[in-house]
Design a protein around this ligand. Sequence first.
Ligand code: PMP
Length: 451
Amino acid sequence: MSTVTNSSLATRDLQHVWHPCTQMKDHEQQPPIPVRRAQGVWLEDFDGRRYLDAISSWWVNLFGHAHPRINSAITAQLPQFEHVMLAGFTHEPAIALAEELVRITPPGLTRCFYADSGSAAIEVALKMSFHYWQNQGQPRKRVFVTLSNSYHGETLGALAVGNVDLYKGTYAPLLMDVLTVPSPDCYGREPGESWAEHTRRKFSLMQTALERYAEDIAAVIVEPLVQCAGGMRMYDPVYLSMLRAACDRYGVHLIADEIAVGFGRTGTMFACEQARISPDFLCLSKGLTGGYLPLSVVLTKESIYEAFYAEFIAQRAFLHSHSYTGNALGCAAARATLGIFFNGPVLETNERLAAHMTQRLAPLVDHPHVSDVRQTGMIGAIEFVRDKATREPFPWQERRGQILYRHALERGVLLRPIGNVVYFMPPYVITPAEIDLMIEVAVQGIDRACA
Ligand code: PMP
């Protein structure tokens, strides 16, 4: 009997599987790693090697892999039914999840529209905003405003409102035009300037755009507090408060994409809470199911829902329909995930873990190739550069991040730098000792990558 090994599975994989976000030729040097099992923060491959999942499997996992409570919620739902369509039919997991989401999200969000991925949620929010203005007799309002360096997914609408060239450049001819305003990203602040001062100063550019083009704008879309795929660039909550007030002043929707930052990542359950604001549309996915199943949701306000509510012949209904909308297994996983939040002091525990991370990251400020160390809650990032004084980055062609990635794998840690930014977004069940390991390996990786 032949045994299954990393190598035998990787060989089969490369015959037929086309991987995401990957130059497949790279796998000639570094084959994909087949996972046999995963438990807590650890992944294990077929050769028995273990890897600390320091990036929560693309930021989806909250409470570790194979969590008993989420496992049993899914297995309890399974004998009832797996999935039924959500048009004309409904089910308790979708109803109860909507009730819970309305209760825990910022005030005023009363309606939940389900979809099945983060990108799909963005498409829903964009279409709903546009369609709302149509229904209100304001057809001119169809422009979306986005921040530079933002990321909202990779379907064509979501890609259009994103601004990371790596993902967008090639497909630009296919995308709708948007209005892009410089990001408040605090990496660019002046020496001695605080995050809040910088962020406030940057808001004037948004203010100008809204003032000038409000009649044509449907919505502003932002990633609250952290531009994740854009290299974990961060800004102060004051931007969100000012943006909320300006959107109200100019009659423009605010779409908060909390797909990556929701569910405790930034220290609060939702990042918008730190600015005490409610968006008009809140997009959630990733951690929603604890990292188990693809599910997303857009929450919106009663007044927006009402603009679509009319006799059939008025033709005002929202038109969007994914086959797997409101999947029952996904909703069961999501309810169990929220149950973990309700059952214990998750955010308080995270605060202690985040403080530990802060302490361990602090010495890196003096590293000769580190230009910035930043953190918001359970998201930490280190930016490494060729020249610390001028902040000149390493050319992207040198792929320094890849050196770090490989080093970390050899040492049993999964880190996946974005360009020259190595970041940490671990599951909340990580221990202080595991945080030490993760950062120690990252520092060695930086030393190797910068050599
Ligand atoms: N928005 C943000 C802020 C994200 O980080 C992501 C995923 N990285 C998405 C949208 C897209 O989500 P998905 O990959 O599930 O389509």
